[in-house]
Write a protein that binds this ligand. Structure first.
Ligand SMILES: C[S@@+](CC[C@H](N)C(=O)[O-])C[C@H]1O[C@@H](n2cnc3c(N)ncnc32)[C@H](O)[C@@H]1O
Length: 322
């Protein structure tokens, strides 16, 4: 796979986002996209196998069972791009179904270099596929992919695993609207959405008993130490998973176990944390089935079909750009 490399200012963005997020007076926060360096991406792969975290298995079951039905609804010829592909494992079912119909160009867009490498290893043996990865942010990658479009070719955008849930609801609609503006009418978006479920099931999924999710969350502090010369004492922070009823989301935070001061020279910042103060690192919003059609409409799509898992509430939604 050819990989188009990361923009040269990536370290600067990380430093500047860390400075902005940790300077906040009310709720300190760090953008969830920074959870995924090579350690974070490897830990996320492990999370996807944990018994408590049924999301990835539900997504994969739907793709495996309905790949032919999904592909039959996509007009050809089509090129496929995947925003935040991760390892790309479950995408195999769709790509194999498509490649039985036509030679397929697949463009994974990933901020994590190691995830992109995993994705290539995972999918390169499929017959009749060519893979070109873009190591960049979602919309920048999608713009570049759109520039590769041949006359008459449709685009199928995959946004799986309920990654949309990492945006708050208005930002999610805005993001999908930006995706829509890059597409042509008739292009397709396959959107994975995790549906509402019991508090107990959610808390277990984001606070597994082996502590893998805790390690995934804490790794963000280690990453700041590695890349920005920070001096976080990682053992002085605890992983917290917390339901936000109003937002219909589950949040991950890092709770300071004591009052402490942290210095991050490459971000030119000193941070004071009170005992029990938290740094908010991720939200995962959960959806109700009927709201997905409304979200799609607001963003300029029409929801043409939905497939729902019967073991773990999760929906695959096929949206078509209007
Ligand atoms: C929740 S994981 C999902 C991975 C995979 N799609 C799945 O369903 O298992 C999100 C993926 O998106 C990538 N990612 C996060 N923010 C990104 C951004 N702003 N631009 C590009 N990739 C991003 C991460 O590196 C990670 O691999």
């Amino acid at each position: 796979m050819l990989v188009h490399p990361v923009p040269a200012n990536a370290t600067y963005d990380f430093a500047s986002d860390v400075r902005t997020g940790l300077s906040r007076g009310d709720q300190k926060e760090l953008p969830s996209k920074y959870l995924y360096d090579n350690v974070g991406s490897a830990l996320f792969e492990v999370i996807s196998h944990l018994p408590e975290y049924g999301l990835t298995r539900a997504d994969e079951r739907l793709l495996r069972r309905h790949a032919d039905d999904i592909v039959d609804r996509i007009p050809g010829p089509v090129a496929v791009t995947e925003l935040g592909s991760g390892s790309g494992k479950k995408t195999r079912w769709l790509l194999e179904a498509l490649c039985r119909r036509q030679h397929t160009s697949y463009y994974p867009v990933e901020i994590s270099r190691s995830a992109l490498a995993m994705c290539e290893r995972e999918l390169r043996d499929i017959d009749s596929i060519s893979i070109l990865g873009f190591e960049t942010e979602y919309l920048d990658g999608l713009l570049r992919v759109a520039a590769y479009r041949k006359p008459g070719q449709h685009l199928l955008v995959l946004f799986l695993g309920s990654t949309i849930g990492n945006f708050d609801r208005p930002a999610g609609v805005q993001f999908l609207g930006e995706v829509r503006r890059i597409l042509d009418p008739g292009d397709s978006l396959l959107l994975g959405t995790d549906l509402e479920k019991s508090t107990a099931q959610l808390l277990a999924a984001y606070n597994d008993e082996l502590g893998v999710t805790a390690a995934f969350n804490l790794n963000l502090l280690s990453r700041i130490n590695r890349e920005l010369e920070g001096n976080f004492e990682v053992s002085q922070f605890a992983h917290v998973a917390r339901i936000n009823q109003q937002a219909r989301s589950i949040e991950m935070h890092l709770r300071s176990r004591r009052r402490q001061q942290v210095t991050i020279p490459a971000a030119e910042i000193e941070v004071e944390l009170e005992e029990n103060e938290t740094i908010w690192t991720e939200s995962s919003h959960k959806y109700r089935l009927p709201e997905i059609g409304d979200i799609a409409r607001h963003a300029g799509f029409q929801c043409m079909a939905q497939w729902i898992d019967d073991e773990w509430p999760f929906a695959e939604n096929l949206l078509v750009a209007q």
